[in-house]
Design a protein around this ligand. Structure first.
Ligand SMILES: NC(=O)c1ccc[n+]([C@@H]2O[C@H](COP(=O)([O-])OP(=O)(O)OC[C@H]3O[C@@H](n4cnc5c(N)ncnc54)[C@H](O)[C@@H]3O)[C@@H](O)[C@H]2O)c1
Length: 346
């Protein structure tokens, strides 16, 4: 059977999640791993903590037949690697994306796209010259509830979308990750870039590009002014009311919440504490049956299939949509900083 040979960079929460997904996919084979941490290179993920999923991380991952590298550029230049899967901290995404595309590898890169606008331009240039495929972990577009809602909205059955609210509230992750990099604004961009980005992307997914944003936010636990809690209003200029809230400032004992509500002319779509439901204006309440999987599985398995079948991946996200969400979040940071509404520069 033909398998896509994968080199994985970074074996933290997302890297170990991708590792397990690829391990379960008969069309995928991890052939190389790069991590700066020697224990991770032995498959030891006992220190890894994440927000969704209850994997037993006390059991080391099976590293049989997997080459290991301390330096990710060595993995990128390994001729056995066909696809580079980038799951390291955000500031290093750009240099590995650029190098992997230049080396003729397919690339799957975790979100956020990168840390700043300069890196985004480097990535855009690299993609313009690439002959291989690239896709990104902007997973809400593939997440079953969000995808179902998007398809329902596209069908026209719901009528016009009127208002929407999105939430992503995480327990504290202060002290839980490699070098505590999430608490360093220069590295992670705070919860604003790292977490709230998912809802910004969801807003763009459902409503298209906002003209402008107004955001308020504040540091709570980050050490150098990272925005740990943020609320954003997205301006469309047509009366639509859309807002999102995200943060990771609450104690580590709270449950993780990702939720949304979209009110339309003919129904309200909710993914909230009662589960995922559609409330029609005729009084009917629908509980759609959804596949018991995650957007992470769906987007990764889809990308592997695209490589195997030489089909350009554009079903869930593409560079244009990922880049749009990144630009909106950059405008949100600017709005927090200046205290005013900011027009998004696309
Ligand atoms: N799509 C999602 O839902 C989602 C969820 C969580 C994290 N993420 C993203 O995934 C990325 C990784 O986050 P995480 O939670 O896994 O972080 P983490 O701290 O758990 O893991 C980072 C791993 O990368 C390794 N590393 C650091 N620098 C490296 C380098 N230069 N080369 C190779 N390895 C290196 C560390 O040793 C560690 O094993 C981030 O960009 C984050 O925003 C996405």
């Amino acid at each position: 059977m033909k398998q896509v040979k994968i080199g994985l960079i970074g074996l933290g929460f997302m890297g170990s999640t991708h590792f397990r997904i690829h391990e379960a996919n008969p069309n995928a084979k991890i052939v190389a791993l790069a991590d700066v941490d020697a224990k991770k290179r032995q498959g030891d993920i006992s220190t890894v903590i994440g927000n969704i999923g209850n994997s037993d991380n006390s059991v080391p991952l099976n590293m049989e037949g997997i080459k290991t590298y301390e330096n990710a550029f060595d993995l990128i230049n390994d001729p056995d690697v066909e696809m580079v899967d980038i799951c390291c901290p955000t500031p290093d995404h750009a240099k590995y994306i650029v190098a992997a595309l230049a080396a003729g590898k397919h690339v799957f890169a975790e979100k956020p796209l990168c840390r700043n606008r300069e890196q985004e331009k480097e990535i855009a240039n690299a993609i313009a010259n690439a002959k291989t495929f690239i896709n990104f972990g902007m997973c809400v577009r593939a997440w079953p509830e969000y995808r179902y809602a998007w398809e329902l909205l596209q069908s026209g059955k719901c009528g016009k979308m009127l208002t929407a609210t999105f939430r992503r509230l995480s327990p504290s992750i202060d002290g839980n990750h490699w070098e505590n990099w999430f608490m360093d604004k220069e590295r992670s961009g705070g919860a604003l870039l790292d977490m709230h980005l998912h809802d910004t992307d969801a807003v763009c997914y459902f409503f298209g590009r906002p003209q402008a944003v107004t955001s308020i936010g504040r540091p709570l636990c980050s050490k150098n002014g990272g925005i740990d809690h943020v609320i954003t209003l997205y301006h469309y200029g047509d009366g639509t009311v859309v807002e999102a809230e995200g943060g990771w400032g609450a104690p580590s004992t709270i449950p993780f919440e990702m939720s949304f509500q979209i009110i339309c002319e003919k129904c309200t779509i909710r993914m909230m504490s009662e589960g995922f439901k559609i409330y029609w204006t005729d009084g009917t309440v629908e509980t759609p049956e959804l596949p018991a999987t995650t957007g992470w599985h769906i987007e990764l398995d889809y990308f592997i299939n695209c490589i195997l079948n030489n089909v350009t991946p554009d079903k869930y996200q593409n560079y244009a949509s990922v880049s749009d969400a990144f630009k909106v979040v950059m405008a949100e940071q600017e709005s927090v900083d200046c205290g005013e509404r900011v027009t998004v520069q696309y």
